[in-house]
Design a protein around this ligand. Structure first.
Ligand code: DOR
Ligand code: ZN
Length: 358
């Protein structure tokens, strides 16, 4: 493993972001083109709209709107459904043909638009068995809700979820399960301890932040929150090790600037960090900072595609990045009265996309 020199280049074939929030309406139209701007040609799209995406019809309509908003036919949008009682196990066999790749579970109350989320996994046994048969992936938001009587809060919510992960992985050994946006050393160990049916996404921002960066900085607030320095180190180390279970899912989650910056005691601050427009250069910069730049293509394309069994094919551009001396991140993006602020706004990134070879 090495650190790059200025002028060095790296290439990634068909970069894939296996966890992204693209919203709807004006915000969707603003942020969807940023997937390609950030260097990505596959977007695995989260279903937590209001109301949540719970039918194949809703997912197909949403996919159509995303394609139109993207302003390009080059990005592949993979769709997910929101785990809820609305999902019928008898329908699972039809999902693949409708473009549904996974089902996302949100424990109720843990994050943005999770008030329709689940309270128990037991009642989805039949659904999970059908998903196992038909090759649909289960995506887990891995936190249990805060409960102060049990001393559960945002700092241990992920660690206390891990027995649930182990139990699901054992009960459904052929169900492909992804623990989303891992933030802790404990989660890394738990995923490694599971069989090959379990993988894990890691965000760019959790490779960069600790809880100290979040304290007092609302634009660093997301769920799960960034944790301790040893946790960040464990995420960095597992990426550096080249373990194929761990790949990028940005969890890029835009919110209008006012929802992030004008919190009141009753409204709070919306959870979500927005990385889409700078994603591939940012990941290159971060990997380079801890000696893992040679893992760039595995982490941002190869490993995730292998787990999802979606090899680069069809339109598969080669994205070339170069190490340069500091490019400033744009302060904000606006359209139709919506403004979003990207992660690391006005800070410098040492990598940029210099070519896309089609
Ligand atoms: O920070 C987050 N924002 N975490 C999530 O799980 C959801 C996301 C969102 O939709 O804003
Ligand atoms: Zn998310």
């Amino acid at each position: 493993m090495s650190t790059a020199n200025y002028g060095d280049t790296r290439e990634v074939i068909a970069p894939a972001d296996f966890h992204v929030h693209l919203r709807d309406g004006a915000l969707m139209r603003l942020v969807t083109p940023h997937v390609q701007k950030g260097g990505f040609y596959l977007a695995y799209v989260m279903p937590n709209l209001v109301p949540p995406i719970t039918t194949t019809e809703m997912a197909m309509e949403y996919q159509k709107n995303l394609r139109e908003s993207s302003g390009s036919s080059k990005v592949e949008f993979l769709m997910t459904l929101y785990l809820s009682d609305a999902l019928d196990p008898n329908d699972v066999k039809n999902w693949k043909a409708a473009g549904i790749v996974g089902v996302k579970s949100y424990p109720r109350g843990v994050t943005t638009n999770s008030d329709q989320g689940i309270e128990s996994y037991d009642k989805y046994d039949q659904l999970f068995r059908e998903m196992e048969v038909h090759g649909i992936v289960l995506n887990l938001h891995g936190e249990i809700p805060s409960d102060h009587s049990k001393n559960t809060c945002v700092l241990n919510a992920e660690e206390r979820f891990l027995p649930v992960l182990a139990n699901l992985a054992n009960t459904y050994p052929k169900l492909r399960i992804v623990l989303e946006h891992a933030t802790t050393e404990a989660a890394v160990k738990a995923v490694i301890a599971c069989g090959d049916n379990v993988a894990c996404t890691i965000t760019a921002h959790h490779l960069a932040l600790t809880i100290d960066d979040l304290a007092g900085q609302s634009f660093h607030f997301c769920k799960p929150v960034a944790k301790f320095p040893n946790d960040r180190l464990a995420l960095q180390e597992v990426v550096k090790s080249g373990n194929k279970k761990f790949f990028l899912g940005s969890d890029s989650a835009p919110h209008p600037i006012l929802s992030k910056s004008t919190a009141t005691p009753t409204s709070g601050c919306a959870a979500g960090i927005y990385t889409s427009p700078i994603l591939l250069p940012l990941v290159a910069h971060l990997l380079d900072s801890f000696g893992a730049i040679d893992r760039l293509a595995d982490f941002t394309s190869n490993f995730g595609r292998a787990f999802y069994q979606i090899p680069a094919g069809g339109y598969s551009p080669k994205v070339v990045l170069q190490k340069v001396q500091g490019v400033s991140v744009q302060a904000e993006y606006s359209s139709e009265g919506k403004t979003v602020v990207p992660f690391w706004a006005s800070r410098q990134i040492d990598w940029q996309i210099v070519n896309v070879e089609e």
